[in-house]
Structure formats: C-alpha cells, structure tokens
Design a protein around this ligand. Structure first.
Ligand SMILES: [Fe+2]
Length: 155
C-alpha cells in the first residue's frame, strides 16, 4: 500500500490528481491481491497514460520545463510496456499470463519509484518558479490625454 503524502505533489492540481489516481489504482490492485484484476488494472493505467501524460506534457511545454524531452521519452516507454502487456493478455492460466502479471507489478513499482517519485519531482521547483514569475507583458505607454508632440529640427 502506497500512502500519498503532500510532499509528493508537484504543485499543479490537475497533474497531482492524475498522480494520486495512479497510486489509487495500484493500491486497489495490490490490496485486492487478485491476479484476475490485472487486465482491468492495466487498462485503467493505460487510460491514465493517455490523458494524464498528455496533461503533464502540456504543463511542461507551457512552463518551458527544460527536461521535457527526456520526460516525454519516459512516458512513452511506460505506455509502450503497458500496451505490450495488454496486447499479451491476462486471460487463461498459462505461464505467460503469470509472467505478465509479474511484469505489470514490476512496471507499477518502477513507475512509482523511478518516475512519480523521481522524474516527476524534477518539475516541482520549475513549476513553482514558473507560476510565481509573472509573465512578461509588453510595456504600454500610459495615456496622458495630451496630444503627441513631435520634436523636430525642421528648418
Ligand atoms: Fe511524468
């Protein structure tokens, strides 16, 4: 059972909600202890990679997070592994299925430890900085109500 702590937030509500949802799905599977839940779990996780990863990558783009390319590659790797497991299937009682359930567990562990708690956390100080700094606005001249004057040396 993984307990979400506030220190695990990156500071953007939508992204943190997705990450909390990930932990909830994993906990539900691990607490149930039923390998028959593997397929439903893998599909829920996959849906999260489709929506949640996209939201996260958008946030990184908007805040100009410098590690966004590497981060996007990590997302793609997680999504590809998950997709391969789902394609392999979780039905039946063969050895391949047991291996895929074990691989799903490994993937979930690596996802949390290697990505959520490490790579995602790299965004935290960047997001804090990006949201604290006002976006530069073009300087506008305050209207004075006086007509514009033209200084020239006509002569
Ligand atoms: Fe991420």
């Amino acid at each position: 059972m993984i307990i979400w702590r506030d220190t695990m937030n990156v500071g953007a509500a939508t992204v943190d909600n997705d990450r909390r949802e990930l932990i909830a799905i994993i906990n539900e599977f691990e607490n149930g202890g039923d390998p028959d839940l593997a397929e439903a779990t893998a599909k829920k996780l996959y849906a999260l990679t489709q929506e949640g990863f996209r939201r996260e990558e958008k946030l990184q783009e908007e805040s100009r997070f410098p590690g966004s390319n590497r981060h996007r590659n990590e997302h793609a790797l997680i999504r590809d592994k998950l997709e391969a497991l789902i394609r392999g299937g979780f039905a039946g009682q063969d050895r391949g299925r047991a291996e895929r359930v074990a691989q799903l567990r490994d993937l979930m562990r690596d996802w949390v430890i290697g990505h959520v708690l490490r790579s995602d956390m790299e965004m935290k100080p960047h997001i804090a900085f990006a949201t604290a700094s006002p976006s530069p606005r073009p300087r506008t001249r305050r209207a004075t109500g006086r007509p514009a004057t033209i200084n020239s040396r006509a002569g």
